[in-house]
Design a binder for this molecule. Structure first.
Ligand code: MN
Length: 199
């Protein structure tokens, strides 16, 4: 059983004008496809074959860099595609909104902290909204393709929301203007999916 590149639940042009179709096509069909293929190659014939990505991440410090980088690349993009979509934006409701208000004081303050984490992640990486083991919510960021499920992560927990801030995620449309891409990202967040992950 190998890892499979998931189909998107929407068309490549569905997130325009916030994320352009060409970026989506290359990001999914080239970058994510390559991480998926290379993750499979990295685990084939090793004791990791047949394990879930989550199981592998729990002991990632003991595994080769190819497993960490491509496994993270495979898994992080799966989350990313699911937490964005057409008809996104706005704000969460119910238990998730209450948890965000409790952790950050307000939804706007959460957005501000998450945006800052995404903007200030040096080089390539991801920003995260994470549910920790005690149920509390925190914002973090990770370098490269690392994620909060990995044993090497400073801050561990269940990823609820993420943004890819590798240049390949935005450069065609936004060039060096990462903050503009982050601002546009809020218009495509699929809060229903984030709430589902929170539960
Ligand atoms: Mn990416």
């Amino acid at each position: 059983m190998s890892f499979q590149l998931p189909d998107l639940a929407y068309d490549y042009n569905a997130l325009e004008p916030h994320i352009d179709a060409r970026t989506m096509e290359i990001h999914h069909s080239k970058h994510h496809a390559a991480y998926t293929a290379n993750f499979n190659k990295a685990v084939e014939g090793t004791p990791l074959e047949g394990k879930s990505a989550e199981e592998i991440f729990a002991g990632i410090s003991a595994h080769p860099a190819a497993v960490r980088n491509n496994g993270g690349g495979f898994f992080n993009h799966n989350i990313f595609w699911s937490v964005i979509g057409p008809n996104g934006g706005g704000k969460p409701t119910g238990d998730l909104l209450e948890a965000i208000n409790s952790a950050f004081g307000s939804f706007d303050e959460f957005k501000s902290q998450f945006s800052a984490a995404a903007a200030t992640r040096f080089g390539s990486g991801w920003a995260w909204l994470v549910k920790q083991a005690d149920g509390s919510l925190v914002v973090s960021s990770s370098p490269n393709q690392d994620n909060p499920l990995m044993d090497i992560s400073d801050l561990k927990g269940t990823p609820l929301l993420t943004i890819d801030v590798w240049e390949h995620a935005y450069y065609l449309n936004y060039q060096n203007r990462r903050p503009d891409y982050i601002q546009a990202f809020w218009n495509v967040v699929n809060w229903e999916e984030v709430a589902r992950r929170f539960k």
